[in-house]
Structure formats: C-alpha cells, structure tokens
Design a protein around this ligand. Sequence first.
Ligand SMILES: C[S@@+](CC[C@H](N)C(=O)[O-])C[C@H]1O[C@@H](n2cnc3c(N)ncnc32)[C@H](O)[C@@H]1O
Length: 241
Amino acid sequence: MARDDIFKYSEMNREFQFDGIVADVFDDMLNRSVPCYRMVIEMMGAILDKFLLEGDRVYDLGCSTGETLVELARQLDRLNLDFTGIDNSPAMLSKARHKAEMFALASRIDFREADIVDLDISGAGAIIMNYTLQFIRPVNRQEFLARVYKALRPGGILILSEKVLSPAPDLNRAFIDFYLDFKRRNGYSETEISRKREALENVLIPFSVKENIDLLTEAGFTSHETFFQWFNFASIVAVKN
Ligand SMILES: C[S@@+](CC[C@H](N)C(=O)[O-])C[C@H]1O[C@@H](n2cnc3c(N)ncnc32)[C@H](O)[C@@H]1O
C-alpha cells in the first residue's frame, strides 16, 4: 500500500480533489485519517447480515477504491448479494476494479462512473454512503437523500458515515483536538495536517449528527440510530419502513 505523503510537498497546497495522486495513496490515507475505519465496515457487515435478503443489491455511493464493497462481499458471502459501487473519480474506480479482480470478486461487484447527485436507481436492499455526503453541496443534500430513500426497497437500509460537528463549541474544539492527536499518532506531521485542512476547507462541509438525522427524517426515514461514534466521526443506520 503506497504511503500517503502528498501533503509533505508544498506544490500539493491546493484544493482537495479525488484525482490520480490521491487515489494512489487513498487506502493508506483512509486507514491513517478515518478513526476505526475497519471496525465500522465490520459493524456495517453485521447490520447488513441482519437486514438484507438473499440476492439483494447493495450500492456504495462514493465507493472510492472499493475497499468497503470488497470487504463486505467477503464478509456476506452466504447472502449471494450483488454489489454496485458508484464514484465520479475515474482514478478511484480504476483502483477499485483492479482490487475486485485481485480478490476474484469482479463478477460480484460492478463499479460505475457517475455523479451520485443524479442518482437513478431503484429496489436497493442497502445503500452505503461513507464519508461522502460531506462532499455534496449542502443545498443539494436534502433532495439527494430523498432520492436515496426512494431508491431503497421497503425494509431497505441506508448506512451513512460522516465527519461531524458538535454544536457545543467547547466540545467541538476538544473533539477536533482528539482527532488531530489521532493523526499525529498515525505519523502525519503538523505541516501535513495543516495543509490538508486548508485543502479541504469549503470542500468537506460537515454537519452535526442532529442535522444529518433531521435530513434523514425529512427524506422519509422514521427509524434511525447512531450505531458508532468516535468523537467527531459518526455512523448512522436508517431503515425505510
Ligand atoms: C472520502 S471518499 C469516500 C470513502 C469511501 N466511501 C470509503 O469508505 O472507503 C469520497 C468519495 O466520494 C467521491 N465523490 C464525491 N462527490 C461525488 C459525486 N458527486 N458523485 C460521485 N462520487 C463522488 C469521491 O470521488 C471519493 O472517491
């Protein structure tokens, strides 16, 4: 796995994009920048195992290098599920397709290039959106989640993971500090941390857990629960009843 050192170099001081440079180091970036990344996938697997029906289709919106779907396809083998990953970054999808081939899962996982805001799918057993809604423009999020709700079959589930803000300023500050310590422990320097923060400014726009739940409720989801939270990272499950 190539090591993420892209923000060590000053020429990388630009707005964050999911291009080839980022795709090349993305798996390392996720493991060192997203707290409990693998544990959340494992927990999602347990939820999907309980709620999905044999032969259901699972969509991963903003699938990046396919890490989540490859892991879930292995974990949920007995359910004979079909998986579709959607992303608008060709560089990420090229990595994802290569990974699926390496794990002999290419026939089970279809990767598509599309803008998820124009989502046009139906009958999904589950839709996963991990750390991706935060990159959708806030004005588009409500309408987009209404499409996600519509795309699920009755009883289908949405899993949403996001970086989150706390509405309490002192706790928000503390949670961000804990996160910065997490990145330092994972080998990122102060320069890398601050350059990446600048690059993500106005690109990654987090909401609070409550704001996300309000969007889900407005979209039609009546059952929802936060199943994981690590300071400023949260994962929510919502069921279409
Ligand atoms: C932080 S990454 C997601 C990580 C991934 N879900 C995982 O857990 O491994 C965000 C991804 O969303 C994709 N993305 C952002 N906006 C998108 C859009 N409008 N349509 C499709 N993909 C989008 C990016 O290309 C990127 O691969």
